[in-house]
Structures are given as structure tokens and as C-alpha cells.
Design a binder for this molecule. Structure first.
Ligand code: GDP
Ligand code: GDP
Length: 438
């Protein structure tokens, strides 16, 4: 079994991360003589790989000194056993001297290190996580151990790294599935669609609502590859108690959204898009997921032209930050249109993963600045210098410059919209981070 060690300075959330990763099905490993008593160890499954997970929270407390030497001494034991290190920082607090010292030390570690930016719930958290690039340890994985955000990604990254650098065992590479959530209001046709995608006999019944907030999932394969369908209220059909369902559907939607990379929003074409649909769409946008709309029950729609136009108008008015969402009219009940649905999902996934090389990005950026100069703010000019694209999933642009963080909303929108057009990313949420330099 491979070993994953959680390292980082005190209070960044190592124990919380440990508990979250250990999940419910944990087997406590007894303290064995010679092993530091404070060290917590469990056997857990991360991204489908059984691992021994070590939490070093107690160790750091014993050596509060931030000197690299002291930290090295206290964490070295854990590192010696590890096949992979999760180096945790606190995205809210920003990088401290101790983080930098730790990071420098870990850059020389003989095993892969995954940088985990914890406490990154909400937008501010993501922004803060960006700072961690400075550590030179690759892309930070933004998570919130407390809220459960970002764990789908973390699981996948851990799995990939464990397989990429197996210390023992065969380490057969496992294909990474596309994580998909099918959301929509009650009766839109989610279950019918899932049945069509999975085949009746492969449907599983989820836990009763209220028992767990964790999303469960089921995998299937189509011609293009593996897909993990994240559970939603649709899979929990047995518990159809109106009140409960209403409350639960938002919660379940959020849980599924957090696990998913792409969301299919099933809209009942007979009824049209309503407030609840819009709310789910906005949640997907807020969580930074790729979105495809399945316009279901197309067979029962009388005036197709008018129905489609109405939907397009609603989308135009409601998803300014995510222009060009793909709409696939389908009939889940008779299977029509399903052959176009999964290709649309994969296309959205591709765009969502897309990274633009820095050179290409800055050629675009120069033209944009030329076309429209950033405005004066309080009589002072904002001077934008350059742009990078530090990450995808969703595509994220970082713009650096003097007073960049004061850039007004309409200029931000101008940049995002033109980026979307230039690099052809319709229907994908795009993040813009502004970093002031002087
Ligand atoms: P450790 O010393 O590194 O093991 O950190 P702990 O797991 O004990 O967490 C330290 C503090 O950070 C506690 O008060 C946690 O509640 C808090 N914390 C942990 N994870 C998160 C998170 O994702 N978001 C926020 N806002 N706080 C967190
Ligand atoms: P869920 O609550 O979103 O899971 O919705 P269901 O899958 O249970 O479907 C709700 C109702 O819509 C059922 O009566 C289905 O038979 C019906 N339905 C689902 N898909 C279609 C479709 O493509 N065309 C038509 N006409 N009815 C459908």
C-alpha cells in the first residue's frame, strides 16, 4: 500500500484535511511502539486507490519554531515513509515565511509533492490560492477541508501521482473518468436520462436523503471513454416527499456540482426554463463548472421554433458570464438526440480544460489594451503589464499591473468576453484574477 503524508505548518488545516480524506470508512491503525504517538494514521481510499494516510499535525506543534531545520527534523520521519506528500497551506492567511521554508525544503523531496491550498472556499479563497504558485511546486489544488470543496480534483491528482510514480507494486494507470452531474428540477427527466445513459439494470439506489450529504456516484463507459456520474436527487427517487425534496434538491445539487467537472442541466422544454433551472445554472457558473443544457421532452413540444427562441433569450439575459452555452434538444424517453448529448459534454469538457500558452495570450492582451486603454481611477492610470493563464478547469486568467486590482467591472467584462471569443470558449465560466504590482 502506498503512503500519503500530510505536511504543513500548524493551523493550515492538516487535521481537517485528514478527516475529510479519511471519510467514513476508516480503519484506525494502532499505535505501534516506536511510532510517534501523536501521529495519526488511517487506511483510506483516495481516488479509488487504497493508501495509508499520515497526518503530521501533532508533530509540528511539538516544534513551533519556524526554522527550516527544526521543521525538517519533525517532518522527516513522515516524509521518509511517504510515496506522496500533500503540502498544505492556508489560502486565507497567504504564504508565510514558514510556508516558504517548508516549500523550499519540499522542492528537494525525493517523492512527488502536491500543493494543497486549503480554506479556499468562495471566490476570495481561489484568489488567495493563486499566490501559492510562487512556491514553485506546481499548480495549487484549491480545496476547503471544512466545506468539502475541490475534493474531486484532489482525489484525481492524488491518484495520478501515485500511479505515475509507484514505489512498489505494479501501479497500473487507471483512466481518469470525466465527472458528470445531471441536474434539474423534479420531473424534468433526469432519471429517464440517467436510465438511458446507464441502462436500466445498472442504476443503483442511493442512500435515503438526509442520511448523508456526500455525493455517491456510478461509472459507465461510452465510445469515448469512462464517465463517472455523480449522484443527484434523481438517483434518490424513492424518497419523494415533496417538502424534503425541495430542500434537498438544492443541497444535493451543490454536493454534486462540487464533485462534477461538467454539468448537464435537464430543462423541461414543455415548461421552459424557470427560476429553479436558472438557480442551478448560476450555481454551476459560480462553482466554475462547464455546463450543457439538455432541452428534454422535445418530442412533446408543439412550436419548436418559438420554444427554442424563448430559451435562447433567457440564456442570453441570464448567463452573461457564460455566453454560448450548448443546448441539445433531446427526448430522454425515446432516446432522440442522445447521440449529440455526450459529444457536447466532451466538447465542453475540452474547452474547460484548455490552456492558452503565455505568448499567445499576451499577443491577444496587447491588442486588447491597444484597442481600449484601461480607464483612470481617482485620476490615476491603471497600468496593465502582462497576463498569464495559471490554470484551467475552469480557464483562469491572471492579469498583472499597477493598480490592476482596481480595474472596473466593465473593463473586466471586456477582457473576459474578448478572451472567450478569441480563444473560442463558449459556455465555459472564465475566471479573471487581477494582481497589483508596483
Ligand atoms: P492543523 O493544525 O494543520 O491540523 O489544522 P486544523 O485541521 O486543526 O485546522 C486549523 C483551523 O483551521 C481550525 O480552526 C479549522 O476549523 C480551520 N479550518 C480547517 N479547514 C478549513 C477550511 O477549509 N476553511 C476554513 N475557513 N477553515 C478551516
Ligand atoms: P426526474 O424527476 O427529473 O428524474 O424526471 P423523470 O425522469 O422521473 O421524468 C418525469 C416525467 O417526465 C416522467 O413522467 C417521464 O416519463 C417524463 N419524461 C421524461 N423524459 C421525457 C421525454 O423525453 N419526453 C416526454 N414526453 N416525457 C418525458
Amino acid at each position: 500500500m502506498q503512503t500519503v503524508a500530510i505536511l504543513g505548518r500548524p493551523n493550515v488545516g492538516k487535521s481537517s484535511l485528514f478527516n475529510r480524506l479519511a471519510g467514513r470508512k476508516i480503519a484506525l491503525v494502532d499505535d505501534t511502539p516506536g511510532v510517534t504517538r501523536d501521529r495519526k494514521e488511517v487506511e483510506a481510499e483516495i481516488g479509488g486507490v487504497p493508501v495509508r494516510l499520515i497526518d503530521t499535525a501533532g508533530l509540528e506543534e511539538a516544534a513551533p519554531d519556524t526554522l527550516p531545520g527544526r521543521m525538517t527534523a519533525s517532518s522527516e520521519a513522515a516524509l521518509r515513509q511517504a510515496d506522496l506528500v500533500l503540502f498544505v497551506i492556508d489560502a486565507r492567511a497567504g504564504l508565510t515565511a514558514a510556508d516558504r521554508a517548508f516549500g523550499q525544503w519540499l522542492r528537494k523531496a525525493p517523492v512527488p509533492v502536491l500543493l494543497v491550498a486549503n480554506k479556499a472556499e468562495g471566490r476570495n479563497g481561489l484568489q488567495a490560492a493563486m499566490e501559492a504558485y510562487e512556491l514553485g511546486l506546481g499548480d495549487p489544488i484549491a480545496v476547503s477541508a471544512e466545506h468539502g470543496d475541490g475534493f474531486g480534483n484532489l482525489h484525481d491528482e492524488v491518484r495520478d501521482l501515485l500511479h505515475a510514480e509507484p514505489r512498489r507494486g505494479k501501479g497500473e494507470a487507471r483512466e481518469r473518468p470525466l465527472r458528470l452531474a445531471i441536474l434539474g428540477r423534479p420531473n424534468a427527466g433526469k432519471s429517464t436520462l440517467m436510465n438511458a445513459l446507464l441502462g436500466e439494470e445498472r442504476m443503483i439506489t442511493g442512500p435515503e436523503p438526509g442520511l448523508t450529504r456526500d455525493a455517491i456516484s456510478v461509472e459507465f463507459r461510452d465510445e469515448e471513454g469512462l464517465i463517472r456520474l455523480v449522484d443527484t436527487a434523481g438517483l434518490r427517487k424513492k424518497a419523494r416527499i415533496e417538502k424534503l425534496l425541495e430542500k434537498m434538491s438544492t443541497e444535493a445539487s451543490i454536493a454534486a456540482l462540487k464533485e462534477a467537472e461538467v454539468v448537464i442541466l435537464v430543462v423541461d422544454a414543455i415548461q421552459g426554463m424557470d427560476e429553479q433551472d436558472l438557480r442551478i445554472g448560476r450555481l454551476a457558473e459560480r462553482e466554475g463548472r462547464a455546463l450543457v443544457i439538455a432541452f428534454n421532452k422535445w418530442d412533446a413540444v408543439e412550436d419548436r421554433t418559438a420554444t427554442r427562441r424563448k430559451l435562447d433569450d433567457t440564456l442570453m439575459a441570464s448567463f452573461a458570464q457564460m455566453k454560448g452555452i450548448t443546448v441539445v434538444p433531446i427526448s430522454a424517453a425515446n432516446g432522440r438526440g442522445l447521440d449529440r448529448l455526450m459529444p457536447a459534454v466532451r466538447a465542453a469538457y475540452g474547452l474547460w480544460n484548455r490552456r492558452v500558452p503565455t505568448g499567445e495570450l499576451n499577443r491577444w492582451f496587447e491588442v486588447m489594451k491597444e484597442r481600449h486603454q484601461p480607464p483612470l481611477v481617482e485620476g490615476k492610470r491603471i497600468k496593465l503589464r502582462y497576463a498569464t493563464m495559471p490554470k484551467a478547469r475552469p480557464p483562469t486568467i491572471a492579469v498583472f499591473g499597477t493598480r490592476a486590482e482596481q480595474l472596473p467591472e466593465d473593463y473586466r467584462r471586456y477582457l473576459v468576453n474578448s478572451f472567450r471569443e478569441q480563444f473560442e470558449m463558449p459556455g465555459v465560466p472564465i475566471r479573471l484574477h487581477l494582481r497589483g504590482t508596483d
